[in-house]
Design a protein around this ligand. Sequence first.
Ligand code: ADP
Ligand code: MG
Length: 465
Amino acid sequence: MTTNNVITTDFSRLPLSTELLANLDSLDYKVMTPIQENSLPAILNGKDVLAQAKTGSGKTAAFGIGILHKLDVKTYQTQSLVLCPTRELADQVSKEIRRLARTISNTKIVTLCGGTPMHPQLVSLEHKPHIVVGTPGRILKHLKKGSLNLDSLTVLVLDEADRMLDMGFYDDIMRVINLAPAKRQTLLFSATFSDEMKIVSNSIQKDPTNISIEATHDNLTLQQVFYKIKNATRTNTLISLLKHYHPESSIVFCNRKQQCKELADDLERNGFHALALHGDLEQKERNQVLTRFSNKSSSILVATDVAARGLDVKDLQAVINYELSPDPEIHIHRIGRTGRAGNEGLAISMFTSNELFRIEAIEDYQNNSVTIENISSLKDRDNFKLVPPMVTLSISAGRKNKVRPGDILGALTATTELSGKQIGKIDLFDTLTYVAVERAIADKALKILSQGKIKGRKYRLQILY
Ligand code: ADP
Ligand code: MG
């Protein structure tokens, strides 16, 4: 993405309030992403929109700006509802809408997801929120209980609609929609398109504007290389690839979750810092894996497509296909996670002679022939070891203990020994906090925390190696 120094942003072509435009500018959203550029005029015009674009293309801001544009903060009624497939994605969406709304005072946004106690949610609904984000099952529960009502709803969003259908939310979604006013704007966002999606759109949208952003990539920023291998040598080849390219941060895609676990273990045994992300993880484990990967304490995330869907991972140097996806569209989605926002990206795929037909399908799909390299060209650069720069400390206190990032940073750097520069991301969860620190100071940081107190109390600490 290009940025320029002129004061007017690309967004200023849209009929948005000056507060919203100024905020977009301060968030460094200088230019619209293609999906925003194509969908926002229709969204702001009040049209129903059926939009498809790859993960990471800025869909949240597209509907988030639409919601805020229409919002009347002086009316204390629920005016917008965003349905998401998982709690994690709902949290991401709430966070993004909150950022977009930060210059509009008194905007109340509430997140309602299953797997969390009802009581705090009921309390948060005592004063009606303007915007509700949540998962279909829990939203339905509140609607039935009467703790939420949609009589004043003007905008309904289905985010990651494809995944919600995959997860079997169809019936719940329809029940929620039956409790919403017929006169409303319905926005359907998805990373992929299917016939089922068309059917859903037909039954819940009126004369929708269809927008599909081609899932092809800018060849200047994404380098795609294929290596032909023998089936038995997959893991060894992967290790050679990592030693040759040594990406600081990479996702390795597998087709099956069992394979994810085994491969992450194999990589660990070979001295790499790898973590597996797959559907069998509990939410808490999943949070830990994603936090350690995104705060640079782990260099490799071994994932299935389903587990990695919708994730916003920044600064990814490489995507490696341990196995090719049977679906060329999924292949394009996988590799689209690297080389974002003008950064250079690398997409590497291994294939066996049995999978040649998949290469052909990819070539057809992207309308371009692929580059095949020989594995003999891979060099183990001076026995290079891939070591992530950070380590994660886990602290048994979180939001519920009223802990703030500043408390942790203070506890670590109040003494002169450590400086703020050596501390990385601090991620807060309900009852846990993960803080990334430079690898070299991990023991020292642990010692400092274990000798001091956070908010006047002692908590359990652990280094996650
Ligand atoms: P999607 O829902 O399409 O997968 P997201 O909405 O999660 O994508 O956006 C991906 C990232 O891009 C987020 O970190 C978001 O803050 C950022 N982003 C969105 N729009 C813009 C923009 N116009 N300029 C710069 N960054 C943007
Ligand atoms: Mg999204």
